[in-house]
Design a protein around this ligand. Structure first.
Ligand code: HEM
Ligand code: HEM
Length: 185
């Protein structure tokens, strides 16, 4: 017998979604600030190291998220025209791709720049490519363009979620939040 689909996203999906939001915001904020700091200062070095370590954490979490998503049951799609459902699916898939492509491009940039990558000073990650001064600029551009594409899509995604919540009054946002506590008795 077919079980009814759950009313909410699995707690692991919800936890990784909101942890991911916080982490990506922090990594992006640090990235935007650090590039404007004076070269050679301790603060700049610390923020670069933090940006890279947290960015690699985003990459690991995104991989975990794909596994968790594939191994848990999703709630049933809410009512709406087919084109809207297709658009939502396509934008979610693009968010997954960008969540992986942005940190990977950062890792590639770090590699062609010949910089080491000690994840929180604990694990030395290997370079993805050999040091190459000619590739530094294109890798930098790729990282920045992919980042702004992610930022743009996240804005549309968050606006769509809030539109569903406030204008349409449906369960789209509620089911990505913890279910209401059951009353005792
Ligand atoms: C979710 C993950 C990431 C996000 C959202 C992100 C975002 C950013 C942003 C907004 C900037 C500033 C761009 C600018 O205005 O020039 C930046 C720069 C940079 N990022 Fe990332 N990044 C991520 C992951 C990584 C990772 C994993 C690495 C390396 C392992 C990395 C390495 C760098 C480097 C080296 C720069 C500085 C480029 C320069 O000095 O011109 N990033 N990143
Ligand atoms: C860095 C920012 C964000 C990223 C990368 C992101 C990514 C994603 C992804 C990939 C999904 C698809 C889940 C799946 O099908 O597996 C999703 C779903 C969702 N996100 Fe986000 N999200 C972000 C920010 C936000 C914000 C700020 C909100 C709310 C204002 C939000 C609300 C939602 C909701 C409600 C869903 C479920 C949609 C549905 O049931 O069809 N997200 N998010």
């Amino acid at each position: 017998m077919q079980r009814r689909p759950p009313t909410h996203w699995a707690w692991q999906v919800r936890l990784l979604h909101w942890l991911g939001v916080l982490l990506i915001l922090a990594v992006a904020g640090i990235g935007l600030v650090m590039v404007d700091l004076e070269r050679g200062t301790d603060l700049r070095k610390t923020l670069y190291a933090l940006h890279k370590s947290l960015g690699i954490t985003v990459l690991g979490m995104a991989a975990l998220r794909v596994l968790v998503r594939l191994s848990t049951r999703a709630p049933a799609p809410l009512d709406g025209p087919a084109w809207q459902l297709r658009l939502a699916r396509a934008s979610h898939a693009s968010l997954y791709v960008l969540m992986i492509a942005v940190p990977l491009s950062g890792w590639l940039l770090n590699s062609v720049a010949g910089q080491p990558l000690p994840w929180f000073g604990m694990v030395d990650l290997p370079a993805l490519a050999a040091k190459n001064a000619d590739l530094r600029k294109p890798a930098d551009t790729a990282h920045v363009v992919l980042f702004w594409t992610l930022a743009g899509l996240v804005c549309v995604h968050a606006a769509a979620a809030l539109h569903h919540h406030w204008m349409r009054g449906d369960a789209t946002l509620r089911r990505m939040l913890p279910p209401p506590a059951r009353r005792a008795g």
